[in-house]
Design a protein around this ligand. Structure first.
Ligand SMILES: NC(=O)c1ccc[n+]([C@@H]2O[C@H](COP(=O)([O-])OP(=O)(O)OC[C@H]3O[C@@H](n4cnc5c(N)ncnc54)[C@H](OP(=O)(O)O)[C@@H]3O)[C@@H](O)[C@H]2O)c1
Length: 319
């Protein structure tokens, strides 16, 4: 008897009032054959019930084609949902899970990998033992970037307007990675921002949309060791003065090369599409910031190896 063909179904569990059209549209473009179900304002308890209800109706074979996409601004809640639903599942009813809370994992992966790419291209080497300052690194994107830089053995300074918040981020990451590489600092004034970037070879501006964190004169005065500066805020004014959103390796001050938010955003879109494809192909498993960063690093190394046009460049990819 021929096998029953199962449609891929993506179930969006979003902690926000409205599920993100960004991720739904990306999923539809990557997998036009997929069916999308969305649930909004989802709590941990709701998620558990929804997942139990999704595990069984299609049987073990259908479960392989049923995917969960966890989303939402609330980073902690999204992760609490992940923990809960992982525990609900058991063989042979394990659904693949993608988690990317409002793009934080794919954006942070894109930002870290772009700075790695530029560092390699300019001959500064890998991220190991580099000092990295993440300005306003207390949001979902900044925290994830701090985790990725620390996983790469970089020394990371996370700034915040409130020392308690940056110290908490540092403590969480150091505990998770069993390291002492992440340090929180307070940076409310421009002098404090200067002190936060003083030792940094790489700066990532990870502040809220439309907030400038680093004026050019502060970068020039304090960033004597800085070689790479990246910004993820795509809404003017950008996070770093004089760093255009589309900059991709442009020298913005003597010996300081910049990567802007659109250059990072284009790469983020590529990473997300790849992540969705991998989740669709897998029969089970969790696809989180680790998978997103793995995709990003693979793309960067292929690009560096394939500069002569041997491989398809992510730059030519459009969602
Ligand atoms: N390029 C892309 O594809 C892409 C994708 C997703 C997100 N983004 C952008 O990435 C950035 C970070 O996202 P996120 O969700 O992690 O950010 P977020 O949580 O909104 O903000 C990050 C941090 O910015 C600081 N901040 C907030 N308002 C501020 C103000 N008025 N002045 C100074 N600092 C302020 C806060 O740190 P403290 O309170 O600790 O100081 C906050 O934790 C945003 O600009 C977002 O638009 C870009």
């Amino acid at each position: 008897m021929p096998k029953k063909p199962y449609k891929p179904v993506f179930i969006f569990l979003d902690t926000d009032k409205h599920a993100s059209p960004f991720d739904i549209l990306t999923t539809i473009d990557v997998l036009p054959e997929a069916e999308i179900l969305k649930y909004e304002s989802v709590t941990v308890e709701d998620a558990e019930k929804l997942v139990y209800d999704a595990m069984f109706p299609r049987g073990p074979e259908g479960a392989k084609h049923t995917k969960i996409f966890i989303n939402g601004h609330d980073f902690e809640l999204a992760n609490a949902i992940l923990e809960k639903i992982r525990k609900c599942m058991f063989p042979p009813f394990e659904l693949s899970i993608l988690i990317d809370p409002r793009g934080a994992y794919t954006t942070a992966s894109a930002a870290v990998a772009k700075t790695l790419e530029l560092s390699m291209r300019k001959g500064f080497g890998t991220l190991e033992n580099k000092t990295v300052a993440i300005l306003a690194g207390t949001g979902p994107v900044g925290q994830t970037a701090a985790m990725l830089y620390a996983s790469e053995e970089a020394k990371v300074v996370v700034s915040s307007r409130d020392l308690k918040r940056s110290a908490l981020v540092a403590e969480k990451i150091n505990a998770e990675l069993k390291t002492e590489k992440v340090r929180g600092v307070e940076a409310k004034t421009l002098e404090e921002v200067g002190a936060a970037i003083k030792e940094a070879e790489i700066i990532l501006s990870a502040g809220a949309a439309g907030v400038q964190l680093l004026p050019l004169n502060v970068l020039k005065e304090y960033g004597k060791k800085c070689r790479i500066v990246a910004d993820i805020n795509a809404i003017p004014p950008f996070g770093v003065e004089s760093l255009d959103a589309s900059a991709d390796g442009k020298e913005i001050a003597p010996k300081i090369f910049g990567v802007g938010a659109l250059a990072i955003g284009t790469f983020k879109n590529f990473i997300e599409a790849e992540l969705i494809k991998r989740v669709a192909e897998a029969s089970k498993g969790v696809f989180d910031y680790r998978t997103a960063y793995q995709i990003a690093k693979e793309a960067v190394s292929k690009k560096l190896e394939g500069e002569k046009g041997k491989t398809e460049s992510w730059k030519n990819w459009l969602p």
